[in-house]
Design a protein around this ligand. Structure first.
Ligand SMILES: [Zn+2]
Length: 261
């Protein structure tokens, strides 16, 4: 059974003390790699260093939490960074970018940065990694105006079956993560039970989204197995089948054939 984490911030400073050991434990648990998303110009240098050191695929982007009211300067930096990385086979996506209504103070900047990054994804023929919190209707109406050749993923998806099928119709996958392990995530569980096998990826969003009662305050890719088990239970299918499809969907979306042996 092949497993990869489609979204993990393994460049986060919380992993500085034991990153080698974490990658070692991931290898022992059969987790082949993790896609490291980009969040802001200040973070890209370290992110790319970590990605290179551990041979992880990565995205480059501006996260809505790190988006200024006027994101022009950061967008110019992103264009430069993308130009210098475009030949790198480990650059697999634009993102993460998106909309977050919990951090509404920079909403206009979030919209400008998102639309610019969708245009970059079109021009560079890359998929997008989208962060969408309490903003599915806004996101869906923006996505309907862009035709993205490679689609993308709604990472850390939380929403209803209706919202899920809208994204799927637009050519997007859904990133299913630790939220599925919460006992009160009823709406998400109902949705995931019915998702088509070619429509989802698995992820942890480490070090965020730590499961309840975990010994380590940090989340790590090592919880992927419990996410697979939960999806398998909800779908009434085997864990092997679920993990195979999730792996294949990630490989297809991010075109990882050449970098995974
Ligand atoms: Zn993230």
């Amino acid at each position: 059974m092949r497993i990869l984490d489609s979204h993990a911030h393994l460049d986060d400073a919380l992993f500085d003390i034991d990153r080698d050991e974490l990658f070692e434990s991931m290898a022992q648990s059969g987790i082949e790699t993790a896609i490291i998303p980009g969040v802001s110009p200040e973070h890209w240098t370290k992110q790319l260093d970590v990605a290179k050191q551990y041979a992880c695929p990565y995205g480059l982007g501006i996260h809505p939490w790190f988006c200024e009211d006027n994101p022009e300067r950061a967008l110019v930096q992103l264009t430069d960074k993308l130009n210098s990385a475009i030949e790198d086979p480990y650059l697999v996506a634009i993102g993460e970018c998106g909309l977050d209504k919990i951090r509404k103070d920079n909403w206009d900047g979030q919209i400008i940065a998102l639309e610019a990054q969708l245009t970059m994804a079109q021009q560079l023929n890359l998929p997008v990694i989208l962060h969408v919190v309490k903003a599915h209707n806004d996101m869906l109406s923006i996505l309907k105006r862009y035709s993205l050749p490679r689609g993308g993923v709604i990472h850390g998806f939380y929403g209803s079956s209706e919202i899920a099928s809208e994204y799927i119709k637009l050519g997007f996958k859904l990133g299913i993560g630790g939220l599925i392990l919460k006992t009160n995530a009823r709406k998400l569980k109902t949705c995931v039970a019915k998702l088509p096998l070619d429509s989802f990826l698995i992820e942890t969003d480490s070090p965020a989204m730590t499961p309840q009662n975990a010994a380590d305050p940090r989340n790590t890719p090592l919880i992927l197995q419990s996410i697979i088990t939960e999806i398998a239970n909800l779908q009434k299918k085997s864990s092997v089948l679920i993990s195979e499809h999730a792996f294949r969907n990630s490989v297809q979306l991010f075109d990882l054939k050449l970098i995974l042996i």
